[in-house]
Design a protein around this ligand. Structure first.
Ligand SMILES: *Cc1c(COP(=O)(O)O)cnc(C)c1O
Length: 235
C-alpha cells in the first residue's frame, strides 16, 4: 500500500519529467487534488502531504467538506457540471469554476457576481471530442461563448478546460489537448486583456503527462493520489 504522500511525490516527479521533456518551467503547472467521494481524513492527509488546491464535482458535497476542513490552507476549484440553481453556492465556495459551458450559466454567474461586488474567475469548458455524454460547449460554439462571457464585467475568463474522450493510450488523447491549446491561442489573439487568459485545465490520472507536454497549467488528479473510487459513488 502506498500512502497519499508517496503517491503525491511520485506524481510530482512525473510532472517534473514531463516539463523537462518539453522545456517547461515546473512552476507553470499546478496540481489539483480531485476529492470527489474521498473521505475527510484522506483529504486532510493529502493536504498535510502538500496539496494546496482541491477539486470537487458536486456543490453539496463540497459545501460539507469546505466547512469541515476550514482550518486547512487550501483553495477549492469546481470541476463538475454546474446547474444554474447551484451557482450562488458555487461562487461562495470556489475560487475558480472550470466548467462554464453555456451562455445561460455565464449570465447567471455574472448577475450573482454583480450583486456580490466581486468578479468570478471562470474557465470555459470545451467538449473537444464532441461526445453526446459530456458537458462542454462544442468547439464551433466556443468563439461565441467566449465573446459573450468576456463582455460581462462580473466574469473574469481565465482560460479553457476539457475532459477529452477516454482512450486507453494517452498518446491518442494528445490531439485533443493540442486542440484545446490552439483554441486558447486563438482566443488570446482576440482578447482585450490576453495576459489574463493563461489557464489550460486538462489532464487526469492516466494522461496528465501528455497534457503537460501539450501545455496544461492545471492538471486534475484523483485516482493516482487517493486510490480508486467506488464505481457506484462515482456518479
Ligand atoms: C473525477 C475527475 C477527475 C479526476 O479523475 P482521475 O482519473 O481520478 O484522476 C478530473 N477531472 C474531472 C472533471 C473529474 O470529474
Amino acid at each position: 500500500m502506498f500512502s497519499i504522500a508517496d503517491n503525491l511525490s511520485s506524481i510530482r516527479k512525473r510532472m517534473a519529467s514531463a516539463c523537462a521533456r518539453v522545456n517547461r518551467d515546473p512552476a507553470g503547472v499546478q496540481l489539483i487534488g480531485v476529492t470527489k467521494t474521498v473521505a475527510l481524513d484522506r483529504i486532510r492527509e493529502g493536504v498535510e502531504a502538500g496539496l494546496t488546491i482541491l477539486g470537487e464535482n458536486y456543490v453539496q458535497e463540497a459545501g460539507k467538506k469546505v466547512g469541515a476542513l476550514q482550518d486547512l490552507e487550501v483553495t477549492w476549484h469546481f470541476i463538475g457540471h454546474l446547474q444554474s440553481n447551484k451557482a450562488k453556492t458555487a461562487i461562495e465556495l470556489f475560487d475558480l469554476i472550470h466548467t462554464v459551458d453555456r451562455k445561460s450559466l455565464a449570465r447567471e454567474l455574472n448577475s450573482l457576481a454583480q450583486k456580490r461586488g466581486q468578479a468570478v474567475n471562470i474557465l470555459l469548458q470545451v467538449n473537444v471530442g464532441e461526445e453526446e455524454t459530456k458537458s462542454g460547449t462544442s468547439p464551433t460554439e466556443l468563439s461565441s461563448l467566449f465573446s459573450y462571457a468576456s463582455s460581462l464585467d462580473g466574469l473574469s475568463v481565465r482560460g479553457l478546460m476539457t475532459l477529452p474522450p477516454y482512450l486507453d493510450d494517452p498518446e491518442q488523447v494528445r490531439p485533443f489537448f493540442r486542440q484545446l491549446r490552439e483554441s486558447l491561442d486563438r482566443m488570446r489573439d482576440r482578447a482585450r486583456r490576453p495576459e489574463l487568459l493563461t489557464e489550460l485545465s486538462m489532464g487526469m490520472s492516466h494522461d496528465f503527462e501528455v497534457a503537460i507536454e501539450e501545455g496544461a497549467t492545471l492538471i486534475r488528479v484523483g485516482t493516482a493520489l487517493f486510490g480508486a473510487r467506488k464505481a457506484a459513488s462515482d456518479r
